[in-house]
Design a protein around this ligand. Sequence first.
Ligand SMILES: Cc1cc2nc3c(=O)[nH]c(=O)nc-3n(C[C@H](O)[C@H](O)[C@H](O)COP(=O)(O)O)c2cc1C
Length: 369
Amino acid sequence: MFKVLQPADLAGLELRNRFIRSAAFDSMADQTGAVTDRSVELYDVLAAGGVGLIVTGYAFVSRHGQAIFGQYGIYSDEMIPGLRRLVQVAHRHGAKIALQIVHAGTFSGYMGRTGQVALGPSERGGRYPSRGLTEEEIERIIGDFAQAAVRAREAGFDAVQLHGAHGYLMSEFFSSVANRRQDRWGGSAENRRRFHVETVRRVRAAVGADFPLLIKFGVMDDKEGGSPLEEGIAALQAMAAAGLDAAEISGGLGTGRRGPIRVLADPSTEDAYYRERAAKAKAALSIPIAVVGGIRRLETAEDIVTSGDADFVSLCRPLIRQPDLINQWLSGDRRQPTCISCAKCLTLVERGEPLECGEELRIRVEGGG
Ligand SMILES: Cc1cc2nc3c(=O)[nH]c(=O)nc-3n(C[C@H](O)[C@H](O)[C@H](O)COP(=O)(O)O)c2cc1C
């Protein structure tokens, strides 16, 4: 029996296997960010498919942290009853479920769609032009993360995951390219990870010692002259000391071929594109490490966990096309997923359409990020 298909403990959570459904924005929330019947159906099917832990699509912690319509919100208590429905369907099928929480940073005016002024660490350097945050606003946003985590616990989630990757606010604070601040929130590596450490500390204080706190972390910038891997690992060590329980390793501000959602020409040679950085993080940390990015074969996933490069394996796009993939593998059918990593699913949700595999649809794809 494959080790990756056997139960494992993640920060006190007993998972039925080592597979994680990495977060996926599904464009199914209503205009306020509330869960809809369609969302419940999606999570029902996902949980029935056998994955150990489901991480939800990114949920915005404050109105100003919203990236795009269709995203879940966790900015008010009114969101709790809807989110509880996702927890119920996940648990009914034996899956654990974590809520991913985000402030979108310079994406908060994402292509003008949310009609907001984008907010980021500084005026220039992030993915989109923005107004630099004041110190007071930074403190308020950290408080918003803490409150969001408390709401997630209230809704019954098994864990909360900070979105610290892919160019959103936490990524931007960490980045030496996006963060041009001169105060205690920018400049040195220690200052650029202050937002993360403070957020972990405040969330931990708000939810107590027993509620698992995870992060998806862009452990390096993936941009010319950006923050290197060593800084990312040091940031994780500082977060672990402040109360972080586990990390899922991903990328930062890079796009296209250097981005976190790569269009793969050949999934058999380009698979597990963040394995090396995950292995380095794993060697330097004692908290559990998950790795995401282009992992497509059961044998690759097994090798990742048996070699000790990571403890958990995350999949996103394959489970959009085949939500029952883990059950397929558990049944002894080891065939590779039919996902071709084209990322047309991403194009669909960015256009405001509900999440599904877009491979059969004739749509233009720009490369993901
Ligand atoms: C449609 C779509 C939506 C995504 N939404 C999120 C998200 O909300 N939060 C997040 O951290 N990553 C998000 N991602 C990135 C994935 O979680 C994952 O990191 C990336 O797709 C690489 O994994 P894969 O090769 O298994 O798809 C999304 C990816 C896709 C394709």
